[in-house]
Design a protein around this ligand. Structure first.
Ligand SMILES: Nc1ncnc2c1ncn2[C@@H]1O[C@H](COP(=O)(O)OP(=O)(O)OP(=O)(O)O)[C@@H](O)[C@H]1O
Length: 252
């Protein structure tokens, strides 16, 4: 079922997409497909085109070649990489959830609860920790009950226990909403263990596979420390081909 680009089980897919922003190609013939409820992680070094691919998928940029298919009526929830909010601007979490569209108190409370941010409604956005801030962004993204949640480097700036805890929250959201999840990470080797598939992008799709769940191994603790609850796993790359373009990356 996964991998069937534009196939019957796909809710969102890209087919041979290329993007160049008027210069060298940033994405070349990239295809990918997401099935309902699936968790897909895209890894790749900085500048490998991950954010560009997300922008293509949400329809914010039109690819030069190739196609994007979205299931009719598909609702997408987007969690941005960062969001700058003027720290001098008084803005509570509850008010933030009303942007850009006012939402009912019950919906706001339910979204905060699902995102693991219950009790934060009255806090100032500027007072939140990194992990709390990401959960509030997550709450805002799920207000519309999306079919697919897109996360752009949502754990950037969080430490490993912080990332692990955020990943567990994503699993909760996925099981409560039944949505698919597509997340992007510049972390090449450590991924969310619940990922059904990991795709390594470097202008093109380098390789694709499942994460190695190593939480049973004694080495896990050493690698990831304590308090990660098995939310992290390793992705072992399987690519030893040569690149004919300018992108450099570590294949180790
Ligand atoms: N609007 C734009 N105009 C011109 N070039 C762009 C634009 N957006 C991105 N690029 C270029 O495209 C390439 C890929 O950028 P992109 O942000 O998609 O990569 P990324 O993998 O998400 O990187 P990062 O991990 O640093 O966020 C980079 O070389 C970047 O400079």
């Amino acid at each position: 079922m996964p991998g069937l680009s534009g196939g019957i089980m796909s809710i969102l897919s890209a087919e041979n997409v290329s993007v160049g922003y008027g210069g060298p190609m940033v994405l070349e013939n990239v295809s990918l497909s997401i099935a309902p409820g699936e968790i897909v992680t895209i890894v790749g070094p900085n500048g490998s085109g991950k954010s560009t691919l997300l922008r293509v998928l949400i329809g914010a940029i039109k690819p030069q070649t190739g196609k994007v298919h979205r299931k009719r009526g598909l609702k997408i929830g987007y969690v941005p990489q960062t969001l700058h909010i003027d720290p001098t601007l008084p803005l509570t979490v509850r008010r933030f959830l009303d942007l850009p569209k006012r939402v009912a108190d019950t919906d706001a409370a339910a979204a905060l609860e699902t995102a693991g941010a219950a009790g934060l409604a009255g806090k100032q956005m500027s007072e939140l920790s990194g992990g709390q801030f990401q959960r509030v962004l997550l709450a805002r993204a799920i207000l519309s009950k999306p079919d697919v949640l897109l996360l752009d480097e949502a754990t950037q700036g969080l430490d490993q226990p912080g990332s692990a805890s955020f990943y567990r929250q994503i699993e909760t959201v996925r099981s409560e909403l039944g949505c698919a999840v597509l997340m992007v990470s510049h972390e090449l080797h450590v991924v969310m263990s619940a990922s059904d598939r990991v795709i390594c992008l470097n202008g093109h799709v380098c390789c694709e596979g499942t994460p190695d769940v190593v939480s049973a191994a004694p080495a896990y603790r050493e690698l990831f420390g304590t308090g990660t609850g098995g939310a992290l796993a390793l992705y072992r790359h399987e690519h030893d081909h040569h690149h004919h373009h300018g992108h450099d990356h570590d294949h180790a």
